[in-house]
Design a protein. Structure first.
Length: 346
């Protein structure tokens, strides 16, 4: 297939680009190269004849029309988004512009392209979203595809809005869409403002490791390469109009996750052990959801997919990757907001 991947220089998008090229798909990587994007993320496939890069903003309808006409993709995988909850608290407007208006522009461009092509049934528009649209869980239960939407952060609200637009374009215009909502991703190339890279990099530098509140918040962790595999499965085998929840089947409290990483670093950097001494509890994030957990029954039963990487294995691989790729993350340290506490304005 020929795929147009938006946000392909970001964390999850680049994993999709790498996996797709390695499997023989042609990939057009469309990215605006905002602060969290890095073309080094796709360096291993950049010289492949199957790979093309287009720098463009998904809000730019003229650019979208040009790129779709020039490359004639079989599918659009829409991953471009503002995604950091703390940044959405400080500046929600950017999230509405990119995640809502940008998705609208991309849907309209894709619909026009699909219509001009004769409305082929095999075309797909795959919208990639988050479990945060469902809000917060108590100690029990898991999110299914029929869970009501109840977003609690500006980021989650903007993604919920984009999900609704995609569903509406399928029901109203017949655009062949599939949707997926994933749990928290982690792994190589994770931008160093998110929890796991913050823990690793602060520990390596001997700085305080900030843990929001009491660290009781629970997340279901999904290794990014597992997620890329799931997304390509949904794209190629999912039913149009259907949504699929993708989880890692690996719930952990934030404090327990942090301690696991510290133990991994103790084994690899014993001279600085114990790294857990650096853990510092800080003021909680406003509106911090207590727990997310995914029920992956549909994707397992309908498409035969389930995660392959355990949390223990994935964390070890992630820690080792950061230790081996200092030049990658050091180059990102000076980017706006990195290493600074955000999201306290509320």
């Amino acid at each position: 297939m020929k795929l147009l991947v938006t946000g392909g220089a970001g964390f999850i998008g680049s994993a999709v680009v790498r996996a797709a090229v390695q499997r023989g798909h042609e990939v057009v990587n469309l990215d605006a190269l905002t602060y969290a994007a890095c073309l080094d993320n796709v360096a291993e496939v950049a010289d492949s004849p199957l790979y093309v890069f287009e720098r463009a903003d998904i809000r730019d309808r003229e650019a979208l029309d040009r790129i779709l006409a020039a490359h004639a993709p079989d599918a659009v995988m829409h991953l471009a988004a503002e995604s950091h909850v703390d940044r959405s608290i400080d500046g929600p407007g950017t999230f509405v512009e990119t995640n809502v208006a940008g998705t609208f522009a991309l849907l309209e461009a894709a619909r026009a392209y699909w219509t001009r092509a004769g409305r082929p049934e095999e075309f797909r528009f795959h919208h990639i979203s988050t479990d945060e649209v469902f809000g917060s869980l108590g100690p029990d239960g898991r999110f299914s595809e029929s869970s009501p939407y109840a977003p609690n952060s500006p980021y989650a609200a903007s993604k919920a809005a984009s999900d609704h637009l995609v569903r509406a374009w399928h029901e109203t215009y017949g655009l062949p869409v599939v949707l997926s909502n994933c749990s928290n991703n982690y792994g190589p190339f994770h931008f160093p403002e998110k929890l796991i890279p913050v823990v690793i990099l602060n520990a390596l530098a001997g700085r305080e490791i900030p843990v929001y509140g009491s660290g009781e918040n629970v997340r279901d962790w999904l290794f990014v390469e597992d997620h890329a595999d799931a997304l390509l499965t949904v794209l190629t085998r999912g039913r149009p109009g259907r949504s699929y929840n993708i989880g890692g089947e690996a719930e952990a409290r934030n404090i327990d996750l942090v301690r696991m990483i510290c133990r991994l670093l103790d084994a690899r950097r014993p001279e600085a052990a114990p790294h857990e001494r650096l853990v510092t509890f800080v003021a909680d994030r406003p509106g911090h959801d207590l727990r997310y957990a995914i029920d992956p029954s549909r994707i397992r039963e309908e498409l035969g997919w389930r995660p392959q990487v355990t949390l223990e294995e994935g964390l070890a691989r992630t820690v080792d990757w950061y230790l081996a790729n200092r030049a990658w993350w050091e180059a990102l340290q000076a980017r706006d907001g990195v290493g600074r506490r955000l999201g306290t304005v509320a």
